[in-house]
Design a protein around this ligand. Structure first.
Ligand SMILES: [Zn+2]
Length: 423
């Protein structure tokens, strides 16, 4: 075990160089740039070391086009004897740069033990860490049993349909093929993320009747109806949700309650283009829409979640003549949580203790990530997110990853491989 840790120490420069190489490929999503380039880099690296490498384009998936093809790469190395397969899955896409940077977002600059760039922590640092960990493990234990897989997949930042979901539908995360999954998202090197809350996105529409704005009594204002909906939400729904608390170890603490965000509201005349210099016209709005993002707990049932909103709308209807509305489902994800006694959780927990000398904290993510597809489509439950980096830096300007954190996580990953794939 000590040899494994020493060898990781020796690979510090290689880890830095790989992280920089990955950051320097600007895999912006949307729209999904340079996916082929980043997959080719990994294909070449792992292929030259004898791994079987598959490049898979998510042909026809949401977002896939000839201009912006959704490429994924899956690398697999078979051991000498039969055994489990351990899979490291990272997304290779990054979000928009945004304002406020003082460093080159695609420069991979190294300063004071930090590597800067968009995607440094979310999650090219984690991807590089898992590759180095696997390479070192294989070099030290060429006679290992089972198999190791490393994938870099598309579109996590936009739902994962051209990435993990596509692969899961084609059996890549079938429990017969893969037994353990680690997703190196930046949850911090001493935390193990067991899963995430559920999601329901919906659009609520209130309906009115258009009329001249000088005689609003001849029409029916959809925006006023929506005002009543929001007032009812404030009075009854938000307090109801705040009162629901989960046993899941969700971080931060505020996300231990059920939450609802109003993503958007639109009513009346559409906003005109900036080059329109005239005045608005006088009309009573005949429709108003509200987009809601409801995050729910493992203790809640999605039908109940939807029923609460319908019941709230019915309470408004009782008080308002002519109140008409519609609720449209947009998107839903079930909550998921891997049990604490699952083999991958136990293994990584022990490895964290060995490397850091303290116990790993179990957490659950307030938002979802690719585990949802591995769980729901792949039917594989033995899955966690574990990787270096500070979650709060994700999607921020001057995003960075600490080299020491990556080194520690690489040790945890290599020890975990040794535990799962050698006697
Ligand atoms: Zn991420």
């Amino acid at each position: 075990m000590d040899r494994l840790l020493t060898e990781i120490e020796n690979r510090r420069d290689a880890l830095i160089a790989l992280t920089q190489d990955l950051i320097r490929i600007p895999t912006l999503n949307p729209p999904g740039r340079h996916y082929c380039d980043i997959c080719a880099l990994i294909q070449e690296r792992m292929g030259s070391q004898g791994w079987q490498v598959e490049m898979v384009r998510a042909q026809g998936a949401l977002g896939d086009s000839d201009k912006y093809p959704r490429w994924n790469v899956i690398c697999r190395l078979e051991g000498r004897g039969p055994g489990d397969c351990v899979h490291f899955n990272s997304h290779h896409d990054v979000v928009a740069v945004g304002d406020g940077w003082t460093r080159d977002p695609f420069g991979g600059e190294l300063a004071d033990g930090k590597i800067y760039g968009r995607g440094a922590c979310d999650m090219k640092g984690g991807l590089a860490t898992s590759i180095i960990a696997a390479e070192v493990f294989v070099a030290m234990h060429p006679d290992f049993n089972g198999a190791i897989e490393i994938s870099a997949t598309a579109d996590e930042e936009s739902g994962g349909f051209g990435g993990v979901a596509y692969l899961a539908e084609r059996g890549y995360f079938d429990p017969a093929r893969v037994q353990h999954v680690i997703i190196p998202e930046p949850l911090n090197k001493d935390r193990i993320c067991l899963g995430h809350r559920g999601v329901w996105w919906a659009e609520i529409e209130t309906k009115g009747r258009i009329a001249h704005g000088s005689m609003p009594f001849l029409g029916d204002c959809a925006v006023r109806h929506m005002g009543a909906v929001i007032a009812e939400m404030e009075a009854t729904l938000f307090p109801l949700l705040a009162g629901k608390r989960t046993e899941m170890p969700v971080v931060p603490d505020g996300a231990k309650s059920s939450t609802l965000n109003i993503n958007a509201i639109h009513g009346g005349e559409p906003v005109q283009d900036a080059d329109y210099t005239g005045l608005p016209s006088a009309c009573v709005p005949d429709r108003c829409t509200l987009t809601i993002d409801r995050r729910f707990l493992i203790e809640e049932d999605i039908d109940e979640v939807k029923r609460e909103v319908r019941q709230m709308m019915e309470r408004v209807r009782e008080r308002r003549p002519d109140f008409r509305y519609e609720i449209r489902d947009l998107f839903e994800v079930q909550p998921t949580m891997t049990p604490e006694d699952a083999p991958i959780v136990q293994t990584v927990q022990n490895a964290v203790h060995q490397v850091l000398g303290r116990s790993a904290e179990f957490v659950v993510s307030p938002g979802t990530y690719d585990q949802k597809h591995i769980d729901r489509i792949g039917r594989l439950k033995n899955c966690i997110a574990y990787g270096p980096g500070i979650l709060d830096l994700a999607h921020q300007p001057d995003e960075w990853i600490g080299v020491d954190d990556m080194m520690d996580s690489a040790k945890v990953m290599a020890i975990s491989l040794a535990k799962l794939l050698t006697d």
